[in-house]
Design a protein around this ligand. Structure first.
Ligand code: PGA
Length: 251
């Protein structure tokens, strides 16, 4: 049985005071909650701050991106070792906003996944189609390309530490989530792809999250799908009440 994982992607929100308030609020409202793994992914600048609030809880820390070298002259970048040093256990890689605004490709995403695994960070790898791609009936083709390129050269051991997040681009921040059936269809495809590429055992173990306008009202139905093992939540993870409701209502 796969334990659900619910991650909050704070994106470019929260200064240090706000981050303390949110993480302390979640710490109180999720006290003794162990039915799902909960991961907070704040901006780099408050990773340490949030770590200091949650390090004595079951919540875990994740970053939203990293660079593929461990150190060096790469002005402005953050290395996987630095993330570990801040207390991170997870890192989101290949979010559609990074693909769109920062021109990340499956090849650079692959480098980031590999270096994160090398240092013991667990990547949450995002895949998803745009509206145009869905309307042109290319969803599966796009997901397949992103999976094959992003996970290139990974072995079974590596894959056991990977989480996939299916995030249809048209559902992110739009208030328009995929229906439970649409999500399940793609999640099932991803699960089967993992069987082919790795093994049945790996496929049974890897968690596949849904992301894109997850809210307290739709989380339960989405997560009730056989191949939906949790959620990557953006907007609704920025308030204690909505994120707590998503976590508690959906398990
Ligand atoms: P959203 O974002 O929940 O605000 O749609 C999800 C994400 O981008 O991870």
């Amino acid at each position: 049985m796969r334990k659900p994982l619910i991650a909050g992607n704070w994106k470019m929100y929260k200064t240090s005071d706000q981050a303390v308030k949110l993480s302390a609020g979640l710490k109180a409202s999720l006290k003794d909650f162990t039915a799902a793994d909960v991961v907070l992914c704040p901006p780099f600048t408050v990773l340490n701050t949030v770590y200091n609030v949650i390090n004595d809880t079951d919540m875990q820390l994740g970053a939203q991106d990293l660079f593929w070298e461990k150190e060096g002259a790469f002005t402005g970048e953050i290395s996987p070792i630095m993330l570990k040093d801040c207390g991170c256990e997870f890192v989101i890689i290949g979010h559609s906003e990074r693909r769109k605004y920062f021109h990340e490709t499956d090849a650079t995403i692959n480098k980031k996944i590999k270096v994160s695994l090398e240092v013991g960070l667990k990547p949450i790898v995002c895949v998803g189609e745009t509206l145009e791609e869905r309307e042109a009936d290319k969803t599966i083709e796009v997901i397949k390309t992103q999976l094959s390129g992003g996970l290139l050269e990974l072995n079974i051991e590596d894959m056991l530490n990977v989480t996939i997040a299916y995030e249809p681009v048209w559902a992110i921040g739009t208030g328009k989530n995929a229906t439970a059936a649409q999500a399940q269809e793609v999640h099932k495809f991803i699960r089967n792809w993992i069987v082919e590429r790795f093994s049945q055992g790996v496929s049974n173990t890897v968690r596949i999250l849904y992301g894109g306008s997850v809210k307290p009202q739709n989380a339960k139905e989405l997560m009730a799908q056989e191949d939906v093992d949790g959620a990557l939540v953006g907007g609704a993870s920025l308030e204690v009440s909505s994120f707590t409701d998503i976590i508690k209502n959906s398990i």
